[in-house]
Design a protein around this ligand. Structure first.
Ligand code: HEC
Length: 103
């Protein structure tokens, strides 16, 4: 019994020593390289669409006449319904307007 318990205790002791010796790692994040283009309601978009991913996600979407209001409406709805983005219903229209006009 003790012969099995002892190595186990030793392992726990070593783990806790490791934990106390781990120094905090400090690092500075690189400058954000992607930015939203200027456009109507840019502030609303910056407040609602920058928490989880960069603006690159918007820029890399298909562009052209077929990908305007309906496309962005669906995209914003997906962010809210599927990914849980806490976006105020009152802001959805403004965001869709910005995205359709700018991208
Ligand atoms: C709560 C977090 C969150 C917020 C806030 C958020 N997104 Fe997303 N978004 C995600 C996740 C998660 C993905 C999928 C990431 C992946 O597939 O790598 C994503 C992906 C995307 C994509 C890529 C295409 C797709 O459908 O996967 C676009 C475009 C996008 N988001 C636009 C937006 C816009 C516009 C807003 C603001 C209205 C927004 N996101 C806010 C979480 C969020």
């Amino acid at each position: 019994m003790t012969s099995k318990l002892l190595p186990c205790l030793a392992a726990i002791a070593m783990l806790s020593i490791g934990a106390t010796m781990a120094a905090p790692v400090n690092y500075t994040l690189p400058e954000e390289t992607a930015a939203f283009k200027p456009g109507p309601n840019l502030d609303v978009v910056q407040n609602n669409c920058t928490a989880c991913h960069s603006a690159d996600y918007i820029k890399t979407q298909p562009q052209g006449e077929k990908f305007k209001k309906d496309f962005w409406q669906a995209e914003v709805t997906k962010m809210i319904k599927v990914y849980g983005a806490p976006i105020d219903q009152a802001d959805v229209g403004k965001i869709v307007e910005y995205l359709s006009a700018t991208y």
